[in-house]
Design a protein around this ligand. Sequence first.
Ligand code: NAD
Length: 361
Amino acid sequence: MARLDHAELEAAATAILEGFGAPATVAADVAASLVGADLRGHESHGVVRLATAYGSMVEDDALDPRATATVADREGATATVDGRQAFGQHTGRLAVDVGAEKATAHGVAAVGVRNGAHLGRIGEWAERAADRGLAFVAFVNSGLSTPTVTVPGSSDRLLSTNPIAVGLPTFDARPFPLVLDMATSQVAHGKVTRRHVDGDPVPAAWTVTPEGEAVTDAAAFESGTGALLPLGGLTAGYKGFGLATMAELLAGVVGGGQVFGEADPGWVNNGAAFLFVDPLAFSTRERIETVIETFDAYLAEATMADAVPQPPAMHADRPLLPGEPEHRTATRRRAEGIPVSDRTLAALDEVAATHGVDFGH
Ligand code: NAD
């Protein structure tokens, strides 16, 4: 396992993206987003994508590396951003910037995003809104990507991992915004793809087959065996299914993208509903800082029981706020470097060589 400096990784990713044909500013933005995902521990949405999906998407005309997004419609507190199949990390920036400008003027705003290709780590858009002092909610659908997620009582692949993100600025209360950023399936599909690339097994609670068994072999899952369970798994998956359905339809209505059933699936083409709220239209900065600090201090009193399993990123002695694991991981990785597995590195070397880029690690 290599450890790469984030700035060097970003420079290499920028060069590879320019090799794909992306304009310099788009390449720099997309590289920053991909490395930002790696820094925060979401490798599934990091530079590995350059070596997995993005090249094939370009070949199949599902991603136009040369394109830039446009604001297709702009009225009152609403806007529609058409990504025009450009890199979604570029489109997401434009959508947040337009929404933030409107929410600052009106107190609230809504932006529909269509033809987003792959908007990447949706929490990035909550962080960008929080940087502008805004609360944020995103409902995202896959715009007919090949389905991987099943519904309660089935193992048919019917839905996508439709993410939902919610953000709240913390001002001086914390050095990071609160960001809940989650797939509505047990995990994002990218986490299985990453295990496939690295040859790691898949945790049993993530998947199901028609026999009610789990698929622990990532390669078997990637070649079509079983399906990802909706969030809540075999016991409460109806809740994840409900969230996925609302994300599918809200993104389809506000974002104007296609929903499952309308056409044959293919590559991801995220549609999204981005909602912005200026919390200072309802409260004061002091009150917001106080409620966050008070609530966090209250949580810190929790008794952590050794017999109760903790989620992987949980710090052993107290609960973490949404977005805190990402903040901790990014702080550590900025100082120590980003761990990149040998197989991911080999795949990146290959794509870099294709574009005449010397990865130079
Ligand atoms: P995850 O399960 O790793 O994290 C989900 C949320 O839980 C995060 O907000 C995180 O801060 C919080 N969290 C994690 N561990 C915690 C702990 N110990 N204590 C407190 N909070 C904790 O994320 P995921 O559902 O696997 O999604 C991964 C990424 O995939 C997300 O960035 C998502 O936006 C992205 N995604 C994108 C698409 C797309 O089409 N663009 C589709 C699906 C998912």
